[in-house]
Design a protein around this ligand. Structure first.
Ligand SMILES: NC(=O)c1ccc[n+]([C@@H]2O[C@H](COP(=O)([O-])OP(=O)(O)OC[C@H]3O[C@@H](n4cnc5c(N)ncnc54)[C@H](O)[C@@H]3O)[C@@H](O)[C@H]2O)c1
Length: 356
């Protein structure tokens, strides 16, 4: 096995368009394993088997749905199941699910016996446009998000939009947050279109899904191991992850995209402090994010309750918090140092906007 160093993504509307590829992959590996969560086992796996007969003999690995499964303990159980079921270096792991499954399945696949082939079949919008692309794998450490992981590219990612038919509306909305981030990193008209579609509750346009996934693909292809431009994809994530960690610690997790939407609204305010010359309509964007992602419906913590999570962020160096800040449409400063005071002030501003 030669580990891939870039993405190979096939886009399809229905699974029958990519079934031949999967059948061939199943036949060319010694044994096939499918990692699902309980929901994707019930709702998505039967569609795979219908189109790919060899999968009827695959070993199924199942975890509980949700962020709580992204742990070392669950990964260890999966390693043991692979070993007990005779997985060898020529085995194939198919990760069928949302970002939790592609994150943990990618990590397990990349580490089991120092790496076996794995294929992502994303079933949530979040995973189709973001998590299953770019090779980042990850586990949480306690409540701290994605503290363990590595960049390991799937042999292939099969993006098949018909899986979205069973995705709950709240999860669809969550996926649209990363689409807004990709749009902000593109240009104003892309942002305007993406945001107005969400605010008007327009059905997701599949061309928009593919466009958004390709924004990420393009950035990752230029900088797969995040030395420079790839850092821009972390916009909204320093504070988004910190807030997500806090909600997780309280036993009431929020969808990743909802945390990212909040993170973007707050970090855009920090951007106005760091780049006073910026012409970005920060307040308007923040209010749109608050409306579009229904951020008023959550019970937000005090700043002191989540800031320590941001201090552990992977992007920080020399004890300084570093953020990827969007400073204009299509422009991101990838390593701005932000102070705790700026974060507190931006969060206070966000809370004031929530009250409008
Ligand atoms: N590696 C990366 O680059 C990257 C990027 C973005 C997000 N992530 C990670 O992805 C995770 C979030 O991903 P997510 O939002 O997909 O969460 P998720 O995997 O928990 O899926 C959300 C929910 O939707 C259900 N679901 C998924 N597909 C379904 C379908 N087709 N029909 C019915 N239900 C379905 C799942 O069972 C789950 O309950 C976070 O852990 C985040 O950190 C990683």
């Amino acid at each position: 096995m030669i580990a891939p160093t870039s993405d190979y993504v096939l886009f399809a509307t229905h699974f029958n368009e990519v079934q031949d590829y999967l059948i061939e992959q199943c036949r060319s590996h010694s044994k096939v394993f499918v990692l699902c969560d309980e929901n994707t086992l019930e709702l998505c796996f039967p569609i795979l088997v219908e189109h790919c007969e060899p999968l009827s003999k695959a070993e199924i690995l199942v975890v509980e749905p949700g962020e709580q499964s992204k742990t070392l303990a669950i990964a260890e159980q999966l390693f043991m199941q692979l070993m007990d079921s005779g997985a060898d270096k020529r085995s194939l792991l198919i990760n069928l699910g949302g970002g939790v499954i592609t994150d943990i399945g990618g990590w397990v696949g990349a580490n089991y016996k120092r790496g076996i082939d794995f294929i992502h079949i994303p079933t949530s919008l979040m995973a189709m446009t973001d998590a299953a692309i770019g090779g980042k794998t990850g586990l949480d450490l306690g409540d701290y998000k994605n503290m363990i992981g590595l960049v390991a590219f799937a042999k292939c990612t099969l993006v098949c939009s018909s899986f979205l038919e069973t995705l709950p509306p709240t999860e669809l909305l969550s996926g649209r947050a990363e689409m807004v981030k990709h749009a902000l990193l593109c240009d104003q008209s892309c942002y305007d279109d993406t945001m107005s579609n969400i605010l008007l509750d327009e059905p997701l346009d599949l061309d928009d899904l593919i466009f958004s996934a390709k924004v990420k693909l393009d950035v990752v292809s230029k900088d797969p191991f995040e030395h420079n431009i790839r850092k821009s994809l972390n916009a909204g994530h320093t504070i988004g992850h910190a807030l997500e960690s806090w909600f997780l610690s309280q036993g009431r997790p929020v969808a990743h995209g909802i945390a990212v939407a909040a993170g973007l609204s707050i970090e855009i305010q920090i951007s106005t402090m760091c780049f006073p010359e910026s012409k970005l309509p920060a307040q308007e964007i923040a209010l749109n994010l608050i409306d579009a992602f229904q951020l008023r419906s959550l019970d937000w913590p005090e700043a002191d309750q989540w800031m320590h999570y941001a201090q552990q962020d992977k992007k920080n160096t020399d004890g300084q918090i570093r953020m990827a800040l969007i400073k204009d449409f299509g422009q991101c400063d990838i390593e701005t140092v932000a102070t705790l005071e700026q974060m507190k002030a931006a969060y206070a501003h966000f809370r004031a906007l929530l009250a409008l």
